[in-house]
Design a protein around this ligand. Sequence first.
Ligand code: S3P
Length: 172
Amino acid sequence: QARKLFDYNIVLIGFMGAGKSTISDYLSTMFAMEIVEMDQVIAEREEMSIPDIFETYGEEYFRNLETNLLVEMQEKKNTVISCGGGAALRKNNVQEMKKNGRVVLLTASPQVIYERVKDSNDRPVLTGRKNVEGISELMEQRCEKYEAAADIVIQTDNKTVLQICEELVQRL
Ligand code: S3P
């Protein structure tokens, strides 16, 4: 694979199950980029799972941790930052994302999202609406903010991981 060094970071945003983690893993392998999985870093530092953080301290606390981490990442370059699905909903998070580099939105249809998230138990936001209808509703509420945050939008339905990565890199 061609080696390429980005002098900025690539920030992946999008709904739960849109493919942020999968694409960031692949990108980091393709281009020898460092990878920062925001939820994972937050959970490790807090020594708590994401659902436990939500339950114990609330969503606001969690969103503040996201903002702080996005600020911290601005010291880096050539890093893929995989955000949690709600990170781009906050204005100040979006500001800090922009300072990192290019913000890439991954999208998928509610049906595809449902198939990808139906067996996961670590998404408190989906409690009580883990069905196509519920996902579709939440997606509709969020899509305007996602799109406003994005420099590049990539639709992922019916594409392979490789195709998505190639399209992404071409459009950077
Ligand atoms: C959230 C998405 C999750 C995680 C948290 C909140 C959201 O990340 O940050 O459960 O509000 O959409 P994933 O997109 O990695 O599932």
